[in-house]
Design a binder for this molecule. Structure first.
Ligand code: BES
Ligand code: ZN
Ligand code: MN
Length: 502
């Protein structure tokens, strides 16, 4: 998809379809009125009938009239004083998704109505471009080419702004396009089924991306993992005939620090299927557990995106990939294993497997020189019950690292809510035989998932639990069902905080 910036008025848009963002209760006295008159007055008529009053992500589709475009799509963004970067992105995504099943080669979006977003019209260009790319993603098209359920595959996105510097808008839009493409890499992998993506296949996909983008990669098999002492990682993978793989990718060189003095590592849970293991899950919704590798898919995509935007910047991605299955070799409740950092762990519930593979991956990242860790995981069902599917639960320590995460999240247009590490209840995770158990009592189980992981880091660390936000169970105006790509942009922004500003 090419991007073209047009500085001018929306009625000059050279495209098949024009998307018009509507912020608040629209005012037809300015350019919107002029645009509407030229297209035949449909928007003002709808408005007079009480439509188009700003219900967020509601849309209308009308004729182009005398405009160069054939169709005009309006997308409501909600009240002006609530317009933020997340909404601006979703407006772009909603615009293209309104066209599902239709054909278009070129799509224009009028940016001026979104100019009130933080960062102004350049931010709107970035977020709309990203939104259009993300909105264009359709999981039905992963396995089938004959689907009519997909949004149009457009060749050219035209962004129209009456003011602003065309070259800086183009640069911003390009950044947005790359961000969106990265999120879609993560979503495409995450949506693929467990009979398709085994740990080895995920490693092969990561290797292909590493070759394309000039990243170093190391795939650790079960024999090397044993030599290294990754007892928790191996315990999860041993019940499956599809052997585990620890996927390690790096841009820059080992030991290098970025401009912020860090060697950041992104760590992603890669459970290609989570049956629960011997502590097997109920059948209801078990099929969703093919998406339990979403964290791994996200960090693999994020290091690729970061390398595209800031080539050579030091950054590590570690994705422990396993299948959590029952079987003759599977770990049993009560089994005791030694973690890579030397701690002895009592596995009480084999369904609390994410923290086991992540713990060893975090230790390994530190062994490779990471000075800061961020992990992403579909770690708990509890986080979704607490926060729903829009706001990601996050842990971070120490406090300044939370501030870094919050700043990256606001640039990315993603929402997080901080969950406390309540050390007072750590004693409920004590093990009879080892150092700790992998579950502890039920009370505060979400907090305890964080307390467990915290035992496997010695440097600043953040944990993003996408158990609620990683995938949607139904379609929304701005996104298909399935993997959302959430946290990808935050991780990239987090990494780019260490890029030179040249
Ligand atoms: N992958 C699941 C968490 C999950 C469940 C994410 C549903 C999204 C939707 C994880 O491995 C798991 O099974 N967690 C358990 C932890 C418990 C055994 C302490 C859970 O959340 O029930
Ligand atoms: Zn899991
Ligand atoms: Mn589980």
């Amino acid at each position: 998809m090419q991007i073209r910036i047009v500085t001018g008025q929306p009625w000059e848009a050279p495209a098949d379809i024009l998307v018009v963002p509507v912020v608040g209760d629209p005012d037809f006295s300015g350019p919107l009125g002029e645009l509407d008159r030229r297209s035949g007055g449909e928007l003002a008529t709808l408005h007079a009938f009480g439509e188009l009053r700003g219900k967020r992500f509601s849309t209308s589709l009308g004729a182009g009239g005398e405009l160069p475009v054939k169709r005009v799509v309006s997308v409501s963004a909600g009240p002006a004083d609530e317009l933020d970067r997340e909404i601006a992105r979703k407006v772009g995504a909603t615009g293209i998704r309104r066209l599902i099943g239709r054909h278009a080669d070129t799509l224009a979006v009028w940016l001026d109505p979104l100019g009130g977003v933080e960062g102004g019209v350049a931010a709107a260009a970035e977020l709309v471009a990203r939104g259009v790319v993300e909105g264009g993603f359709e999981p039905k098209a992963i396995y089938r080419e004959d689907t009519e359920a997909a949004p149009p595959a457009i060749d050219e996105l035209v962004l129209i702004a009456s003011g602003g510097d065309a070259s800086s808008l183009a640069k911003a839009a390009e950044r947005g396009r790359i961000m969106g493409e990265g999120a879609n890499i993560a979503r495409r992998f995450a949506n693929r089924s467990a009979n398709d993506i085994t740990p080895q296949v995920l490693a092969d996909e990561a290797s292909a991306l590493a070759t394309t983008h000039g990243l170093w990669i190391d795939v650790i098999d079960e024999r090397r993992a044993k030599d290294l002492g990754m007892g928790m990682f191996l315990a999860v993978g041993q019940g499956s005939d599809n052997p585990p793989r620890m996927i390690v990718m790096r841009s820059g060189s080992q030991g290098d620090l970025d401009e912020a003095g860090r060697h950041l590592a992104l760590i992603g849970k890669g459970v290609c299927f989570d049956s629960g293991g011997i502590s097997i899950k109920p059948a209801d919704r078990m099929e969703e557990m093919k998406m339990d590798k979403t964290g791994a898919c996200t960090v693999i995509a994020a290091i690729v995106t970061a390398a595209r935007l800031a080539p050579g910047m030091p950054l590590l991605a570690v994705a422990p990939a396993v299948e959590n299955m029952p079987g003759g070799h599977a770990t049993r409740p009560g089994d005791i294993v030694k973690a890579l950092n030397g701690k002895w762990v009592d596995i009480i519930n084999t369904d609390a497997e994410g923290r086991l593979i992540l713990g060893d991956a975090m230790t390994y990242a530190e062994q490779l020189g990471a000075t800061h860790l961020v992990d992403v995981a579909t770690l708990t069902g509890a986080v979704g019950r607490a926060l729903g599917n829009i706001v990601t639960g996050a842990f971070a320590t120490p406090d300044p690292f939370w501030d870094d995460l919050a700043a990256a999240a606001s640039r990315a247009g993603e929402r997080y809510w901080r969950i406390p590490l309540i050390h007072d209840i750590y004693s409920e995770m004590e093990s009879w035989y080892g150092d700790l158990q992998n579950t502890g009592t039920n009370d505060g189980s979400l907090v305890k998932s964080g307390l467990f992981l915290e035992q496997f880091r010695t440097v600043p660390w953040a944990h993003l639990d996408i158990g609620g936000t990683g995938y949607f169970r139904k379609a929304y105006p701005y996104a298909a069902r399935g993997a959302t790509g959430v946290t990808h942009a935050t991780l990239v922004e987090m990494a780019l905080a260490g890029a030179s500003k040249g």
